[in-house]
Design a protein around this ligand. Structure first.
Ligand code: SF4
Length: 455
C-alpha cells in the first residue's frame, strides 16, 4: 500500500493511498481513531442524475481539498459535473409532498396539536410543557459507521449514572412527561444497566417507551423487557455481515410494538472497496423486513451533505423508492432550514439528554435542546454552546430560569425542526381566538398519526 499524499484538518487526517490499481481516500478521526476508506464518489451530471464512480488520483486530491475546507467528507464525495446543475431543467424536490407513511411513523410537527395542555402551559409559563424526551445513556458503540453524525465526539466510554437519569425523569414526570425514546450517542443497548433503566421507565414510571438502535445487540435486553416498547427503530447500517448481525429477538415482534427500519442512502457505508449497488441492497433489506415483520423502511440522505447536493440525493432516493413497488418503503422529506425565530421553542416540549460530559460539573449527562444540533456544522459532535443544563436542573429550564447560549438564526443553520418551532412560536404568541382556531383547523385535516406522545 502506497501513501500518495497526507493532509490534516482540525478533526481528521486524510491520506490518498493506492492498493494495487485502486486509489482510495483514508480518513482517520483524531479523537476516536475511527478509520474509514472511500473508494467511490458520486458524480452528478448537469441534469441531476447521480452515478457512482471510482476515485482516481486527480479526483481523490480534489475531494480531499474540498473535505479539508469544512472537514466535510460527505459533501466532498459528491462532485457536480461542470460545478453547476441546470436548475431550470430540474425540479428540486417538493418537500411538502410527504407520504402518509411519513406522517404515520415519524415526527412531522403535526402531533403537537394533540397536546393543547402543554401548549397552554407554555403560553402561561406554568412549566408543564414537557411531552417526551430522548435519552442517550451510553457513548460507546459497537459499530464504526463513517457517516455517523457524532463521529468526532470525544464521549466514547461516557455513560450517564442511572441515578442521574432517574432524577431527570422524575422531575419531568411531575411536570407531565409521557414518553421516552432511548437513543444514541452510542448504542443504547450497550448501557450496562439497560434492563434496570427499561424497568424504571416502563414499570415504575409508567412511561411509554421507544428505542432507536443499530439492532445488532438487542439480545442484551432481557426477554421479559422486550415487549415494553411502543416502537423500535433499527438503523440499518451496511458493513461486512450486516444481514446476519442485525437480529431482532422474537419477543420484540409482538402486536404492541411497531418495528421500523431506517436507512441512510449514502456511499459511505463500511464496505471496503466493494461498490454499493442500491437495488441489490434494498432487496436484501426487504428480506430482513419480511423476516422480522418490519412495518416500514424509511430512506433518507446523509444529513451532512450540504446545499443542492443534498437535494439531488433526495432525487436519487425518490427514483429508487419508485422503482420498488413496496408500500412499506417511504422517503423521508426532512428539510434543513435556517431558523428565523429567536429561541428554540421545541426544547421545552422534547429536550434531549445526552451522555456528553456537561460543561459545568464535567460529569456525563447534558441536556441539549434537540437531538440534531450536531447537524449545524460539519463538526460531528455536540458543542458546549448548545448545552442547556445539567440533568438535575431540568426543572429550572422548564420554568424558563435558564437562558439559551445560542441563537437559532445564527447557530442552527441546518435545523430540521423549523416547522415545529414556527407552529410553537405562533401558538405562544397567539390570541385566545387564534389559539383555539388553530386546534380546530388541524383537527379537521384528519391526517393519521401513530404514537401521539412521541412528538
Ligand atoms: S437545530 Fe432547531 S430544534 Fe435544534 S436547537 Fe436549533 S432551533 Fe432548536
Amino acid at each position: 500500500m502506497a501513501e500518495i499524499k497526507k493532509f490534516e484538518s482540525k478533526y481528521s487526517i486524510y491520506t490518498l493511498e493506492s492498493f494495487g490499481d485502486k486509489i482510495f481516500i483514508n480518513r482517520k478521526v483524531k479523537e476516536t481513531g475511527v478509520v474509514s476508506k472511500f473508494f467511490y464518489y458520486i458524480n452528478i451530471d448537469k441534469n441531476g442524475n447521480s452515478k457512482t464512480r471510482r476515485i482516481d488520483e486527480i479526483v481523490g486530491k480534489k475531494i480531499i481539498g474540498r473535505a479539508l475546507k469544512d472537514d466535510n467528507i460527505s459533501s466532498a464525495l459528491m462532485i457536480v459535473e461542470g460545478e453547476k446543475i441546470n436548475k431550470k431543467k430540474n425540479k428540486i424536490i417538493d418537500f411538502s409532498n410527504k407520504s402518509k407513511e411519513e406522517y404515520l411513523f415519524t415526527s412531522t410537527g403535526d402531533k403537537f396539536f394533540y397536546h393543547k395542555k402543554s401548549l397552554n402551559s407554555f403560553k402561561n409559563n406554568t412549566g408543564k410543557t414537557i411531552i417526551s424526551t430522548h435519552i442517550s445513556p451510553e457513548g460507546t458503540c459497537n459499530l464504526r459507521c463513517p457517516y455517523c453524525s457524532v463521529a468526532y465526539r470525544n464521549s466514547i466510554g461516557n455513560r450517564i449514572e442511572l441515578d442521574i437519569i432517574k432524577k431527570y425523569v422524575n422531575i419531568l414526570k411531575k411536570r407531565g412527561l409521557k414518553a421516552v425514546i432511548l437513543t444514541g450517542g452510542g448504542e443504547p443497548t450497550l448501557y450496562p444497566k439497560i434492563n434496570e433503566l427499561i424497568e424504571f421507565l416502563y414499570d415504575k414510571s409508567k412511561l411509554e417507551l421507544a428505542m432507536i438502535t443499530n439492532g445488532t445487540v438487542l439480545d442484551r435486553i432481557f426477554p421479559k423487557n422486550r415487549k415494553k416498547f411502543r416502537w423500535l427503530r433499527v438503523s440499518v447500517n451496511l458493513f461486512d455481515g450486516w444481514e446476519k448481525k442485525i437480529n431482532i429477538p422474537k419477543e420484540f415482534i409482538n402486536p404492541k410494538t411497531i418495528i421500523g427500519f431506517s436507512h441512510i442512502y449514502t456511499l459511505e457505508h463500511n464496505f471496503g472497496d466493494k461498490e454499493i449497488n442500491y437495488k441489490k441492497i434494498l432487496r436484501k433489506i426487504i428480506k430482513l423486513m419480511d423476516k422480522f415483520n418490519v412495518q416500514y423502511l424509511r430512506l433518507l440522505p446523509n444529513c451532512l451533505i450540504k446545499g443542492d447536493k443534498f437535494n439531488y440525493q433526495h432525487k436519487a432516493i425518490d427514483r429508487l423508492v419508485s422503482s420498488f413497488k413496496d408500500k412499506r418503503i417511504f422517503h423521508q422529506l426532512k428539510i434543513h432550514q435556517r431558523p428565523d425565530f429567536k429561541i428554540c421553542y421545541q426544547s421545552y416540549f422534547r429536550p434531549y439528554l445526552s451522555e456528553e460530559k456537561n460543561p459545568w460539573t464535567k460529569k456525563p449527562g447534558t441536556v441539549f435542546p434537540c437531538d440534531s444540533i450536531v447537524l449545524n456544522s460539519s463538526v460531528k459532535k455536540f458543542l458546549d454552546k448548545y448545552a442547556i443544563c445539567e440533568p438535575e436542573r431540568i426543572g429550572e429550564y422548564m420554568d424558563k430560569k435558564i437562558k439559551h447560549k445560542f441563537k437559532p438564526p445564527v447557530d442552527c443553520e441546518g435545523c430540521v425542526f423549523v416547522k415545529n418551532n414556527k407552529i410553537l412560536e405562533y401558538l405562544a404568541n397567539s390570541s385566545e381566538k387564534e389559539f383555539e382556531s388553530y386546534f380546530k383547523k388541524v383537527e379537521n385535516k384528519k391526517i393519521k398519526h401513530l404514537h401521539k406522545n412521541f412528538i
